[in-house]
Design a protein around this ligand. Structure first.
Ligand code: SAM
Length: 305
């Protein structure tokens, strides 16, 4: 960015930060604050504001949050709130909220309570009749979904699979017929085993998306049939390093008989209608999802006009 453009960029951020002065940040509330998953540029202005305004920050790991706050030049007392003490910390937070304080809740990275501690604290605060305010931001799952190109109306967030082979495979088998995009978190030392288990369970042509080191310097998003994913992982030692989100394409919504009939109807309609009209009509006639038929229609041989 040249220096003029950079000055304009900084002026815009300053103006946006100024606009926050007009917004209200009620006291006596718990703020659930999302933080970056790797790239500090993803911190939101609202997150910066709340972390500066609050009187204490409840966090999963005081060392990691301390490092984050040091980079943001924010100095606040930290309350350690991990998996094993959430209920006790909730009691402390509730009495401070009753006294009118603003308390922020963060996790090590991303959105609290998503495969991270936080839900018990939020539950206790709601039950105590106090206010919980989300400060939205990054979550690795949604980040990966947004660049997956997997087309489904639903997604099923699974998070981490069981570590043991048998249990992992049983969970995958139970998810195999799901008509939602499946979303998993995985650690580097287990990614190869998980991908191998997925190849055993899912149809070979099902698409898998491997989102690695999202928002970081070595970010990669690789999409391929599940049968080819192990080969990709093995093709470069770097492919197994870092943090991973793995997505599996949704199962087809109808059995093949239903789809064959829908495609037959679609082909007839395509002789007279546009792609979107043909997909909409074929969907009404056969009950197969319009989006699915639209995608199929795009792959049919173009007709000569
Ligand atoms: N609360 C976080 C969120 O909102 O995404 C998730 C916390 S969970 C303990 C951490 C897992 O999220 C990692 O093991 C990895 O599977 C995934 N993850 C976090 N950051 C990531 C990144 N930059 N790239 C890919 N996956 C990431």
């Amino acid at each position: 960015m040249d220096s003029l453009a950079n000055a304009a960029f900084i002026a815009r951020i300053t103006a946006l930060a100024g606009e926050l002065e007009q917004q209200s940040f009620p006291d006596g509330a718990l703020y659930v604050v999302a933080t970056p998953i790797g790239n500090m540029g993803d911190i939101s202005l609202r997150a910066l504001k709340v972390l500066s305004l609050c009187s204490a920050i409840a966090c999963e790991d005081t060392r990691k949050t301390g490092q984050l706050l040091a980079r943001l030049d924010i100095d606040k007392p930290l309350l350690s709130a991990h998996q094993h003490n959430e209920r006790e910390v909730a009691d402390k937070i509730i009495s401070r909220l009753h006294a009118g304080e603003r308390i922020a809740l963060v996790s090590d990275a991303g959105t609290p309570a998503i495969s991270d501690p936080g839900a018990r604290i939020v539950d206790a605060v709601i039950t105590a009749g106090l206010r919980v305010i989300p400060i939205a931001g990054v979550s690795a799952a949604v980040t990966a979904l947004s660049v997956s190109g997997l087309i489904a109306d639903q997604f099923h967030f699974v998070g981490f699979l069981p570590a043991r082979d048998k249990q992992r495979e049983a969970v995958l088998r139970s998810l195999q017929p799901s008509e939602a995009t499946l979303v998993f978190y995985e650690a580097p030392h287990r990614i190869a085993d998980t991908i191998a288990a997925m190849a055993r369970v899912f149809e070979p042509s099902r698409q898998v998306v491997i989102g690695r080191e999202l928002s970081k310097v070595f970010e990669q998003v690789h999409r391929c049939p599940v049968s080819e994913a192990a080969q990709w992982l093995a093709s470069d030692p770097n492919h197994q390093r870092g943090e991973f989100v793995v997505l599996i394409e949704a199962a087809t919504a109808v059995n093949n008989d239903g789809l064959d009939e829908a495609v037959r109807v679609l082909d007839i309609l395509l002789e007279a209608c546009s792609v979107s009209q043909a997909a909409a009509l074929a969907s009404r006639i056969t009950g197969v999802k319009k989006n699915q038929l639209y995608d199929i229609a795009l792959t049919r041989t173009p007709r000569s006009s």
